[in-house]
Design a protein around this ligand. Structure first.
Ligand code: SAH
Length: 284
């Protein structure tokens, strides 16, 4: 690591011995890290990080920091979760300055709440550093605004698995289908057929636009534009693999005008008015 201090002058908090900072690393692009996260990386003695933390971010750790990988993927039953939390407790009790680094935001489908609770229950002081969640920032990198005035006044974040690895049985798909114009589904790839089947059965149209964004914000980002009726075969044909965010709803059409990464590469927007409003976007 480069040991010159990259942080702008500020009264940055000190990561003290015996503390754990539970921190989001964003969806991938290191530029989406917060300054608090960078400040934490600069100070931590030990960093316990997840599979979804981009390796370029780990390059900003102190060169003598101990890096511990706590990868856990695919919604498998999480026998290790308790071990990770207790490991954090042990490290803090040993007087280390501990950084727990998680992909996206630590409190969005990331079990950060459980880890923080265990720490507090053991009397360990914690600081929470939010991060940019894949379901918002990852979609923005695909040119999809998670809300848009002409499309949705609500958005629902859904997880495709529960603790057992199954589609969450507690979810009322009909209520979700009827109640929210746009759905943002995390961890939805494994059960994509079941989830889209539930949405179709609940009355969402088969031609409703859907986008699947894999490895969002990284150099390997891929975006599939499809529909609820065709997603399963299109995904198979495209050979796309998790991690993926699935966005269901008309905001996906905005990508036709807002696919800024293609525009940066010199492509023209496909459609300047995909929602067919026929007026300047900013006119109210
Ligand atoms: N706390 C994380 C979510 C953890 S759950 C956050 O706030 O983003 C793991 C799921 O997040 C993945 O299965 C996938 O659905 C999503 N995810 C995380 N990073 C992603 C990325 N770079 N691209 C696409 N999906 C991502």
């Amino acid at each position: 690591m480069n040991d010159t201090n990259p942080l702008p002058p500020n009264d940055w908090p000190e990561l003290q011995a015996g503390w754990v900072w539970l921190c989001g690393a964003g969806p991938g692009d290191p530029g989406l890290l917060t300054l608090h996260a960078l400040n934490a990386l600069r100070q931590a003695d030990v960093i316990i990080y997840d599979a979804l933390v981009d390796s370029r971010i780990m390059d900003w750790a102190r060169s003598d920091a101990e890096l511990i990988y706590a990868g856990k993927r695919g919604g498998k039953p999480s026998a290790k979760q308790r071990d990770i939390s207790l490991h954090l407790v042990e490290l803090a009790k040993a007087g280390k300055r501990v950084l727990r680094l998680k992909g996206g935001d630590p409190f969005v489908f990331g079990r950060g709440g459980e880890e923080a609770q265990t720490l507090v229950q053991h009397g360990i002081p914690v600081r929470i550093i939010p991060g940019i969640s894949a379901g918002i920032g990852g979609l923005a990198y695909a040119g999809i605004p998670v809300t848009h005035r002409d499309v949705n006044q609500s958005v629902t974040f859904v997880t495709g698995h529960d603790q057992s690895g199954q589609t969450p049985s507690s979810l009322n798909w009909r209520a979700i289908s009827e109640g929210s114009q746009v759905l943002v589904i995390y961890m939805g790839m494994k059960h994509v057929e079941r989830i889209t089947g539930e949405l179709l059965a609940a009355g969402r149209p088969a031609n409703e636009p859907v986008a699947v964004v894999t490895q969002a914000t990284t150099p390997d980002q891929r975006v599939l534009e499809t529909t609820l009726g065709t997603i399963t075969q299109d995904l198979e044909a495209a050979g796309m693999a998790p991690p993926a965010i699935i966005c269901v709803g008309r905001s996906v059409e905005m990508r036709q005008v807002l696919d800024w990464q293609s525009m940066m590469a010199g492509e023209a927007p496909r459609n300047l008015d995909p929602l067919g409003r026929g007026r300047p976007a900013e006119a109210s």
